[in-house]
Design a protein around this ligand. Sequence first.
Ligand SMILES: *Cc1c(COP(=O)(O)O)cnc(C)c1O
Length: 369
Amino acid sequence: MSLNSKDKKKLKSFLKLLKEKRRTFIGYPVNTTFDYSEISDFLDFPINNVGDPFDSSYYGINSREFETEVLDWFAKLYEAPLNNYWGYVTSGGTEGNMYGLYLAREIYPKGVVYYSQDTHYSVSKNIRMLRMDHVMIKSKPNGEMDYDDFSNMLSTWRSAPPIIFANLGTTMKEGVDDINKIKKILKDLAIPEYYIHADAAMAGMTLPFVDGAKFYNFKDGIQSISISGHKVIGSPVPCGVVLTLKSNVGRIARAIEYVGTLDTTVSGSRNGFTPILLWHAIKDKGFNGFKKIVRECLKTADRAVKKFNENGIEAWKNDNAITIVFPKPSEYVTSKWQLAMQDDHCHILVMPQVNDELIDELVDDILNK
Ligand SMILES: *Cc1c(COP(=O)(O)O)cnc(C)c1O
């Protein structure tokens, strides 16, 4: 079994293109510096974690043992109650966010979703798919929710239980919604019943590792959280983790005879390789390894903002953020550096592959191209 020479050539030139594109990949929150060669043998098996990771399954070629270890690690990181948490390895941040909203809707079928303008574009689609009532809240210039607007909207819709979709690091500006302020507003309006989901797609793997940074977690009253695995951790295949309280999941669980497991997840068949991959990353780096990586990224990001500003480019970033926002440069620059744009600004993400030399090259391009 082998490809003909034309097809082989096609693959070879695609590989070359990928290597070129990876060099100037700075516009998305994706770490490109991973090495999973130690676990590549597992790609030879049809590993499938169909169904509930904590339940057994007739499908024997599964990596549940690795998946549950990964979930335990994240549960500790986000201070979930260790005897009352549940979760699974998802296909990415979007699925985890959808799952959080789904649970919230099952708990509060008449609930209204509150989410800020700066929320990831996939969320409004998910809300439509789930047919949930929703209110969009204004954002502040730094990407954080506008709490006055939130408070006003909340008083208007007071009779419906609020489902707060909170951003712990927005996509464009890495703004963090203040869960304590949100809870205070709920309390001031005497709203006893609510649900808070946290979208920590990217910052869920940075903020918990920064000394002195506040990362809102289960102890602060969030009921579910979603993160992406392919962003800060890095992965050749998109993946993510969703965690919630076990008591939330009970009402959606259905036992399915065909696969001998509980159907608690969004998809049926689930990737059995990504749990091994995340497990490898966690074992390889550990808490202190990630802490070091994040510290380096923050240092480079601070230096980058300085460099931009010294050269007259109006760049800024939030505290403890690795996202740098600046005015939209020329098309040459946005295309070479694969920059995501919104209105008149764009951003870069200082991921582990980004160093001072790369920033210098980018600044040079912005000034001259
Ligand atoms: C990336 C991102 C998402 C989507 O995650 P995927 O893993 O791409 O599905 C959702 N929310 C935020 C804030 C993000 O940065």
